[in-house]
Structure formats: C-alpha cells, structure tokens
Design a protein around this ligand. Structure first.
Ligand SMILES: Nc1nc2c(c(=O)[nH]1)N[C@H]1C(S)=C(S)[C@@H](COP(=O)(O)OP(=O)(O)OC[C@H]3O[C@@H](n4cnc5c(=O)[nH]c(N)nc54)[C@H](O)[C@@H]3O)O[C@H]1N2
Ligand SMILES: Nc1nc2c(c(=O)[nH]1)N[C@H]1C(S)=C(S)[C@@H](COP(=O)(O)OP(=O)(O)OC[C@H]3O[C@@H](n4cnc5c(=O)[nH]c(N)nc54)[C@H](O)[C@@H]3O)O[C@H]1N2
Ligand SMILES: [Mo]
Length: 815
C-alpha cells in the first residue's frame, strides 16, 4: 500500500464479439471443499451471545467451465421450472408463474422491467422472475418451534443460503434483551413494544426507518406518512445504495429523476448503448425488446468490463426458434472498458462527434434541438475539444478506432437510447458517468421524440414507486406542503439520514431504534463488520420480512421479526359485524413510470401473516395514538383509504383508486418526454465531467462487485453462475490471466484480498482466484460476500452512494 500511485496503463484488451476469444480452454479442475482459518469480520459479542455477522467461511468447491455464450432459451425455461418444482411443489410452483404480470394477476416480485402495454403472453416472465416467485411460494415454514430449537448464535453459524432455505416466516417473534432465542409475541404486543421504544426516545431523529424496494406504493405511502407524523425524515432506502447517483444526474440535467423512454421506444430506436448492466441475468425480459430492436435494424453497443452473456446473443424462450436454439447476436460492438472507464469512453465519442461537426456544421450536432432546448453547450464543446485522445484511450482502455466507430453510428441517427444500471451508478463519480451519457443524448437531439431517450433500468420491482410515494430522506418542500395540507400536521423540514448515514449514526449511538420495511440491511450495506457493530449497538431493531436473513441475527438489544404476506398471496381483511370481507390489492410502478395494480391469489403461508400495508398502518396507530391525524385502523382494513391519501398528495396520482383499477394501469407524467425541463435554467443542462483519476499502486486492482445468475441481491438461490461458467462457489475473485501470472498466483489458488482506502485496509480471507476475461488491472467479486472490503466512508460526494463498483484491492496467496 505504501508504494507511490501510478496510473493504470496496460495495453488494450477490447474487441468486437466476432473477434472475441476467451482464454479459457476447457473446464478447470474443481477446487476442494474446506473450512477457512481466517474470519475477516470477526465474531461479534452481542447481548444474545457471540454471533457471526457473515456467512461462515466455507469453500464449497469451485467448478469452472466455459462461460455460456447465449442467454435464455431452453436452458432457462427448464432451469426456472426445475427451481419452481423443487422449491414450491407442482401446484404452488407452476400456477403462480401463469399469473405473473398478467393484467389481473400480481406484479412480478423480481425486477422493475415493464410489461408490454398490449396483449400479454401467459409466459411473460423470465427465469429469474420465476425463481423469485418460487422462492416466495416455498412450502417450508419457519415456526416458533424452529426458533425454540436454534439459538441466534447457532443460526448465525449457517450460510445465508441456508437461512433463506428454511422457508417462510409464520408468526411475529421477539428477541428480548439478553435472550439467546427468539420467542413468539402477539401482533398487539409487538406493536406496543415498538410504540414504547419509539415514544421513549429523546428525539424522533433517534429512530431510522429503512425501506427495501419491494414495498408496494400503499405500504410506502403509509410508511413515509407515519414516519413524518412521528417527526423525522430519517427514511433511508435501498435506492441510497443503488441508483442514487442516477437520480442526482437526471435531476440536474433533465429536472426529472427518472428515465424518459417507454418500451416501444426501445423497439424503434436505431442505436442503443447498454452501459454497466447485465440484462441476461438482472432484467432478462429486456432481451426480448432488444431482439425486436435489432430486427427493426438497430445497432447495439455494449459497454462493460465483463463479456456478459446476455449482451452477446440471446434466444427468445417464448418463440419456437428460441426453444430450438437459434440465437440473435445482440451487441454489434462490445467496448470492454476498464472499471470506471466510462467517462473517458463517452468523452471520446463526444469528441469525435464534435470534431465532425467542427469540420461541417450539422454533421455531428443536432443544432435545432440544442439551440432550442439546452443550456451550457459551449462549456461542453470546449471540454471535449480540449480532451486528449491519449488520455481517453488510456483511461477507458478502448482503442480510438472503436470509439470513432461508435461515434460514427451516433452521427447517423437521432433515435438513440442510452440504457444503464448500477455498473456506472455505484462509482465515485457515478453522477458524472450518467451525465456523460446524457450529454450524448442531448448533443444528438435524442430526447422528447419516439425511439430516443434515457433508459434508467431500475432494480427492485417497486424501488421507483417507493420514491414517487415520498420515501426519501431529502423530501422536496412541495411534498411536505402537500402532506401538511392533506393531513393537517407539521412535517419535519430538516433532511434526514440516508442508509450510509444511518449506519454511522447507529455506530455513534445517535440512532437507537432501527425499523426495516423488507430487505437485508446488514448485508446490503458496505463494510459488513462495521455495519454489524452499528446494528448491535441499538436498543431495538425491527424487520418486516418474508424469510429469515442475517439482519435477523445481528440485532439491537431487542429485536422483532414481523412476518408479512408475499405479493403472490391473497390479502383479505376478514368480515366484521358492519361489513363483508375485503379482498385487498396493492399497486407498483415499473422502470418506465407505469402504475399498475397487483393482486395475489394464493393462500397465505400462515394464517398469522399480515399485509405490509396493514402492518405499517397498525404500527402507526400504536405509536402515534392520540397524535394521529389519520384513521390508521380504517386504513389498515381498506387500502382504498391509503390510495385516497396518495391521490391528494402525489403529483400525477389524481383519481388513483379509479385509474389504478384500469387494466394495464396508467403512465405517470414525464416532462422531458414533452420537452419540458424543470431545471435551474428551465432547459436541459449540458455538464462537464472530468475523467476520473485512476490511481492504482503496483499490485493493485480496481475491483467491482457483481450479482451471479443465481441470486436476488442478498438472497442466494444457489451457488451457480451459469453464464459466467462459475459453478458451486461464490467466494471467488475474477482476474485477468496476465495479472494472475504477474502476481504469481495460479488459477484456483486460495487468496486473501485486501482493500485500500484512505490509509485503511480491510482483509477478506480465503477466496478462490479465477482466470476471467476481464481487463488488466481489474477484478470482480460477488456481492454481498465482498462487502466486507468496501469502506463505509467510500461514497460519491453528491449522492452519497457507496462506491460498490470500484474498490482498490490487492491479492496475495493465503498462507
Ligand atoms: N436476477 C436478479 N435480478 C435482479 C437483481 C438480482 O440480484 N438478481 N437485482 C435487482 C437490483 S436491486 C438491481 S439494482 C439491478 C442490478 O442490475 P445490474 O446493474 O445489471 O447488476 P450487477 O450485477 O451489479 O451488474 C453490474 C454490471 O455492471 C458492470 N460493471 C461493473 N463495473 C463497471 C464499470 O465501471 N463500467 C461499466 N460500464 N460497467 C461496469 C458489471 O460487469 C455488471 O455487468 O438488478 C435487479 N434485478
Ligand atoms: N457491494 C455491493 N453492495 C450492494 C449492491 C452491489 O451491487 N454491490 N447493490 C445494492 C443495491 S442495487 C440494492 S437495491 C441493495 C439491496 O438491498 P435490500 O433491498 O435491503 O436487500 P434484498 O437482498 O433485496 O432483501 C432481501 C430480503 O427481503 C425480504 N423480502 C423478500 N420479499 C419481501 C416482501 O415481499 N416483503 C418484505 N417486507 N420483505 C421481503 C426477504 O426477507 C429477503 O431476505 O443492496 C445494495 N448493496
Ligand atoms: Mo438495486
């Protein structure tokens, strides 16, 4: 770590897919299974015994094969059915699949990719959506007996995979101060405990209320209203660790924090950039529309340090040819950037466009659009003219010729879409990355017209809706005014804590009660050991969830598990003497701003489960008591009341109850689509984004974290990453062959990985080094296993998003 920093400057490694030959030749031998001597996070002594904040460090035994070259097709169909049948049993497995994303069914709990507006096929789901549904339809149950049998300390010795495999949570459980085991508690007593703890705090700001992006609009709206009536804006959410940088960039440039395209735009675009995402694994249904775009003549450029399978070619499982195995090549050009090489790459594309325009006005820039609708073009032009090609090529890792090819394609059309996900958002210049893509769109006038625009691919199935509903620690004054007007209370105006600031506040003793609406806060956050310590210092942690996870084992002095219904399950308010039973439904917003209802049909996993919205409303009633200005018990019984509240407060949601019942739902307003920009200048803003300074010492690598094909965030479905050819092991570090040789590390050798930040080091022991076709001086590891290496303070300054996609590491053989 002490050596002087030097820039990354190894030779280029890119190539079009036609020329792409990975260096793997046949499968490598399997590694052995063994427990590991070193425990990086250390055992944590808590009020409930010594717990292990990380999955136990066991190696399962890696088997490495050729990466698969085609995404989806027959393998995926079989794999999802295999999972559905294995996990849920025939009836519960297959029947729910037939209802996914149907207009009268439930919203897929997988990703936020939209459904087609028109006719839907009964098979409009993907392998990973099917796994998410099957995971929820699990027939196994975690009962009070289970908790009586296993202490918290004992459970913490099990892997994350094992914990979620125990099945659905069935009744509320409490972990009392000093107790070693969770015990059953009634719903009423659980809410009373929360009320006592929250109302005993010196200030409402001593509590923090997390939301994971699966929460529905009704649950999210009720939650933020409750939290603000309680008196704080401490509303951290998973977006803080996910797309926060995208919102920051989009708000600054377009005055609107979301993407601007519809599904039909992608089908008719002429040029699509897929930057920093892995659609084959994380939003597989996007592949169908990319295939359609290709058939309509679009060119596709993939920008990624990894040759992700879905970016190469694709077989449509819903078509006969797909089942038989004819693949559509997806990418026309694969730009294998260095990790965080995206700003220099796009600056190069802009530079080539501007040079063409300088030679012949109009040959590069859409001056009609730029003059009428944008601000700041002169600064952008000066910046890209001054940029040096040498630096662009060195910092991006891409040859000038390839950059010029992409620029030439961009000059041929204004029907351009840039799509991205967290590969470029979770960077220490995340907003800059996204702004550079937006510069390209604006310069080419690729905005406010069909077949063009920004496609910000969201993650969790309702993460965008949660923000629309007001879950944000930095609320706009307009939202607070509307809440005040509609509900007659004084909402707090001071900004609250996001996820990263909440964990620091818990560590420092400033936050004493932590409540999570879904998710797995401990493992989703960076710096797992620090996060575990922080959580264990609180007085009370509460998690509303469907399955057991590690956040239930590393808790405050007291902890509650509140089990909720899944999206596939019927949520019925039983009949009372004054009214019949009410069959409830909820609603969600997808990546493209469509709000739709979602109604589960299946019998709940346990009669004691409650819908998330009802849990939130009952908690609010118990905590707020006489202070409530809302009839919370009535809201809990009938979500129409919640929707009436949404209609009063949230822009674009008037007549919510009526419009959400319309088949196919409705689109929220999207001003940039209408060429309207609510920015400081009233126009779309160009930005100048410096090339990030890559300072790697000798023997250091830029490490990114990725999801495997067999996980949903912290939920591990299995140990296989089929498309990347890595089987039966997640504790791996992927490195280029030349780098392995230089470090004297053999493929499949056991290594310890150390991260370096601000003079601090963190070490994770016992990972398997694998040879992978990744650029030199770059490395990839799986999230969440690698989170122990990511420093809690390593965040992008504007959005405060953790830099999960770029951590400086070194690797040495395990001794
Ligand atoms: N099956 C499944 N679906 C999911 C999820 C899941 O876990 N499983 N998670 C959901 C969630 S919450 C989200 S946010 C999305 C995440 O969707 P993705 O963004 O696709 O998720 P990651 O696996 O983190 O992949 C990041 C991608 O960016 C690339 N990358 C890394 N660093 C860089 C870089 O510096 N530059 C560029 N250009 N690329 C880079 C990686 O190689 C990888 O392909 O998926 C959602 N959908
Ligand atoms: N290093 C690194 N860290 C990352 C990332 C990364 O790429 N790299 N990605 C970040 C991103 S993009 C995100 S979005 C976060 C994800 O962070 P979270 O959203 O907090 O985590 P998840 O793993 O999605 O949460 C899984 C848990 O949700 C619960 N659950 C499932 N379904 C339901 C439901 O219907 N209701 C309720 N109440 N609970 C349910 C289950 O108990 C399950 O264990 O992680 C972030 N952390
Ligand atoms: Mo995410």
């Amino acid at each position: 770590m002490s050596q002087s920093p030097q820039p990354v400057r190894e030779g280029s490694h890119n190539g079009e897919f036609a020329n792409y030959h990975p260096r793997h030749h046949g499968p490598h031998a399997a590694t052995e299974q063994r427990p590991l001597p070193c425990v990086e996070a250390g055992t944590l002594n808590t009020a409930h015994g010594a717990v292990d904040p990380l999955a136990p460090q066991q190696l399962a035994g890696l088997r490495q094969r050729e990466p698969e070259r085609k995404a989806t097709g027959i393998g995926a169909v079989l794999s999802s059915f295999h999972y559905a049948l294995g996990e849920a049993g025939v009836v519960r497995g297959v029947l729910p699949l037939l209802q996914v994303n149907q207009k009268d069914g439930f919203d897929c709990p997988g990703c936020a990719w939209p459904d087609p507006d028109g006719k839907r096929s009964h098979f409009d789901f993907c392998e990973n959506g099917a796994k998410a549904v099957a995971h929820e339809s699990d027939r196994r149950r975690v009962t009070a007996d289970f908790f009586a049998k296993h202490s918290v300390a004992e459970l913490s010795q099990q892997s994350d995979y094992w914990l979620e495999q125990q099945g659905r949570l069935t009744e509320p459980m409490v972990l009392r101060t000093g107790a070693t085991h969770y015990q059953p508690i009634s719903w009423a007593d659980a809410f009373a405990l929360i009320a006592d703890e929250l109302n005993a705090l010196a200030s409402p700001n001593e509590a923090s209320f997390y939301t994971s992006g699966k929460a529905t609009n009704e649950a999210a709206f009720a939650y933020q209203l409750f939290v603000r009536q309680f008196g704080t804006n401490n509303l951290p959410d998973c977006s803080n660790m996910c797309h926060e940088a995208s919102g920051t960039a989009l708000n600054h440039v377009l005055g609107f924090g979301k993407g601007t395209v519809k599904l039909e735009d992608i089908a008719r675009a002429k040029l699509i950039f897929n930057v920093g995402h892995n659609p084959g694994t994380n939003h597989p249904r996007m592949l169908s529309v990319l295939q359609e775009a290709k058939r309509n003549g679009a060119k596709i450029v993939a920008v990624n340090p990894l040759p992700e399978t879905g970016l190469i070619s694709f077989m449509q499982p819903q078509e006969v040819t797909g089942l038989l195995g004819h693949a559509t090549p997806i990418a026309d050009l694969f730009l294998q950037v260095r990790i965080n090489g995206d700003v220099p790459l796009f600056k190069g594309i802009l530079k080539a466009i501007v040079a063409a325009d300088d030679a012949e006005r109009g040959a590069g820039i859409d001056w009609d659009y730029v003059n009428a609708n944008t601000a700041g073009v002169d600064d952008l032009l000066a910046d890209v003219r001054a940029a040096s090609w040498d630096e662009i090529v060195r910092a991006s890792g891409i040859e000038r010729e390839q950059i010029e090819t992409a620029a030439a394609w961009a000059r041929e059309t204004g029907e351009i879409i840039c799509s991205w996900c967290v590969g470029i958002a979770q960077q220490y210049n995340g907003p800059g990355n996204i702004q550079e893509l937006l510069n390209l769109l604006l310069l080419r006038g690729a905005m406010a017209k069909p077949g063009a625009g920004a496609c910000c691919v969201r993650g969790h199935s309702n993460v965008q809706g949660d923000r629309t509903m007001g879950v944000w620690e930095r609320p706009q004054p307009e939202l607070l005014d509307a809440l005040q007007g509609a509900f007659g209370f004084d909402p707090p105006r001071e900004h609250g804590l996001d996820s990263q600031k909440s964990i620091v506040a818990m560590h420092e003793g400033r936050v004493k009660v932590f409540i999570s609406l879904g998710g797995n806060f401990l493992l989703a956050l960076p710096d797992t050991a620090y996060a575990a310590e922080a959580l264990s210092r609180t007085r009370l942690t509460v998690r509303i969830g469907t399955k057991l996870n590690r956040s239930d084992l590393v808790t405050g002095a007291q902890a509650l598990i509140l089990p909720c219904l899944g999206r596939t399950e019927a949520d019925v308010s039983p009949a009372t003497s004054s009214r019949p039973a009410i069959e409830q439904f909820v609603s969600c917003e997808n990546s493209m701003g469509v709000i739709q209802w979602s109604r589960g049909r299946f019998a709940p996993a346990s009669p004691q489960l409650m819908g998330e919205t009802a849990i939130v409303c009952r908690m609010a009633a118990a905590v707020l008591g006489d202070r409530a200005t809302v009839d919370w018990p009535a809201w809990a019984e009938n979500y129409d009341h919640v929707r009436d509240g949404i209609a009063k407060v949230i822009p674009g949601c008037h007549d919510y109850n009526a419009r959400v019942r319309h088949p196919g739902g409705f689109y929220l307003p999207n001003p940039p689509r209408e060429n309207v920009y609510h920015t400081d200048t009233g126009k779309a803003n160009f930005t100048v984004n410096p090339i990030p300074d890559h300072q790697l010492g000798p023997n250091q690598f830029a490490m990114t974290t990725v999801r495997s094909h067999d996980q949903y965030n912290t939920t591990i479905y299995g140990l296989h990453d089929r498309y990347r050819g890595l089987h039966n092991e997640r504790r791996v570090v992927m490195l280029n062959r030349a780098d392995l040789d230089e470090q004297g590390i053999a493929p499949h050798q056991l290594v310890d990985v150390t991260s370096h930040w601000n003079g601090q080091t963190r070490t994770a022991c016992g990972f398997v080094a694998v040879e992978f076709p990744i650029p030199k001086r770059c490395a990839a590891m799986y999230y969440p296993e690698a989170n122990v290496l990511i420093p809690v303070g390593s965040v992008e300054p504007l959005s405060n998003c953790p830099t999960s996609k770029c951590t400086i590491i070194s690797v040495r053989p395990t001794t």
